[in-house]
Design a protein around this ligand. Sequence first.
Ligand SMILES: *[C@@H]1O[C@H](CO)[C@@H](O)[C@H](O)[C@H]1NC(C)=O
Ligand SMILES: *[C@@H]1O[C@H](CO)[C@@H](O)[C@H](O)[C@H]1NC(C)=O
Ligand SMILES: *[C@@H]1O[C@H](CO)[C@@H](O)[C@H](O)[C@H]1NC(C)=O
Ligand SMILES: *[C@@H]1O[C@H](CO)[C@@H](O)[C@H](O)[C@H]1NC(C)=O
Ligand SMILES: *[C@@H]1O[C@H](CO)[C@@H](O)[C@H](O)[C@H]1NC(C)=O
Ligand SMILES: *[C@@H]1O[C@H](CO)[C@@H](O)[C@H](O)[C@H]1NC(C)=O
Ligand SMILES: *[C@@H]1O[C@H](CO)[C@@H](O)[C@H](O)[C@H]1NC(C)=O
Length: 480
Amino acid sequence: MLAISGVCGLGILILLSLNSNGFVTASDNQPFKYEIKEFQVPLDHFSFLKNASFNIRYLYNNSFADKGNKRSPIFFYTGNEGDIEWFAQNTGFLWELAEKQGAVVVFAEHRYYGKSLPFGPNTFNKTMPENLAYFTVEQTLEDFALLITYLKNGADLPVVAFGGSYGGMLAAWFRMKYPHIVIGSLAASAPILQFPGITPCDIFNKITTSVFHTAYNGNCTVNIGKSWKAIENVASTDAGKKQISDAFHLCNPLKGPDDLTKLLDYIELVYGNLAMANYPYNNSFLAPLPAYPVRQMCFYLKELHKTDADLLQAMANALAVYTNYTGTVKCLDISSNSNADDSGWNIQSCNQMVMPFCSNSSDTMYRTSTWDFKEVSENCVRDYHLTPKPNDIILRYGGRDLSSISNIIFSNGLLDPWSGGGVLQAPNDRVHVIIIPEGAHHLDLRKSEPADPPSVIDARQKEATIIASWIEEFYIWSKK
Ligand SMILES: *[C@@H]1O[C@H](CO)[C@@H](O)[C@H](O)[C@H]1NC(C)=O
Ligand SMILES: *[C@@H]1O[C@H](CO)[C@@H](O)[C@H](O)[C@H]1NC(C)=O
Ligand SMILES: *[C@@H]1O[C@H](CO)[C@@H](O)[C@H](O)[C@H]1NC(C)=O
Ligand SMILES: *[C@@H]1O[C@H](CO)[C@@H](O)[C@H](O)[C@H]1NC(C)=O
Ligand SMILES: *[C@@H]1O[C@H](CO)[C@@H](O)[C@H](O)[C@H]1NC(C)=O
Ligand SMILES: *[C@@H]1O[C@H](CO)[C@@H](O)[C@H](O)[C@H]1NC(C)=O
Ligand SMILES: *[C@@H]1O[C@H](CO)[C@@H](O)[C@H](O)[C@H]1NC(C)=O
């Protein structure tokens, strides 16, 4: 998940829109291969009157499966908010484990994302708000349940769900609701507790601040804390607006006050993304980034500056670590509504994914912002005709009451701002909590790399052992 922030009170888990800035998309540099297939699902699983259907996409590779074993396990990735190929390429651990454990690999695309659009090009057409009615977690889990049932083809097979971020939330919820279909789930960096009333709304921004504070030296967060006002001060004149537009190489130079707000919101979003993708090696998950990008960024903010103009220039240099690491981005486009995947998450934030974010400038590097559900709700009605239900997810999946669940691994990196909404204590001994002190956002799901810190190598070994034990147990108890 990408991102975040108190921006309009909406959390954005993945920032695919940045692709329009010249960032890499799923098609670049793909190490993993699969067949692309489609599967027909009912538009509305919960109606006995409607009969409409559409196709979701899934990726399939059975070359690791032992052809002599008619009951090979299936490793099933519960797709989240984006094109499924992007997740397949960034979830190398599933592939490595499938090879070791002889499993069939399946990555299923989430409805309303990628190419799994129920109403084709009209899916997000503003004149047809009713098209959004089937965009829920429950409809999606039901798609996955039907697909798995079809793939099993009558055989009794062990299926393990995998997911990261929102996909990890889905993997966990899938096991909770369909324990007869999956024997267990790996829910990596899954903030299933990031919901109203059960987790403080400032936790994401506090963790991000602490990651930045320790990355290079303490001046980094001091500078960021001062930058909001500094940029505002500079923007108070037309000459200042031009100075900012030039420093950040904005595609659309600042004009009105809305433009300044958009720039500041964009910058805020980048900090969350950097913390999430603060991996120990260079990568292109969210954007082409160097190893430990937060440290790289803070390197440019290591000195205190006497004037707003100096601080502004330092900020622009620092931001370029995220926006222009390749040095090939002509200008910075801060509009974040450029593709369907982005609008997808905004819509989910307006029905079930009501995740409160806030911050207090006295203990974070952010501006003070409050969580105002009424405002969020009004914006959702205005934008999508949707009235969010802030308690829906807790009602359906239990919030902090997880005492009856089983066979779920919750892994969390402590450098990941989303860990604040993660399950960090096992509710019983059938649930496993794995903490990765040196890990950013679902680092454990990524493929093995020489620069991996010991804690993630250890986490992957534990996950592999637990998953193997579920499979072994399954074969013992279902000797058909
Ligand atoms: C499945 O993955 C293996 C290993 O990467 C690869 O050799 C094979 O070509 C893939 N199969 C398909 C159908 O892409
Ligand atoms: C419902 O769908 C099934 C399968 O596609 C089809 O055979 C049937 O005629 C449809 N019924 C109605 C009422 O549209
Ligand atoms: C949205 O749907 C209307 C019909 O209701 C159609 O005229 C219009 O072209 C569609 N908009 C887009 C962007 O496809
Ligand atoms: C990482 O850096 C190396 C060396 O500069 C480069 O060849 C490679 O393409 C980079 N990888 C990514 C994913 O950016
Ligand atoms: C912060 O910046 C000041 C002024 O540039 C510098 O003297 C000081 O050493 C820096 N602080 C740290 C912890 O490096
Ligand atoms: C990106 O870097 C290149 C090379 O340094 C520079 O010419 C360009 O202006 C930069 N673009 C942005 C948006 O910073
Ligand atoms: C921020 O923290 C300060 C100091 O703890 C407190 O006085 C203030 O009320 C807080 N502001 C908000 C909006 O919570």
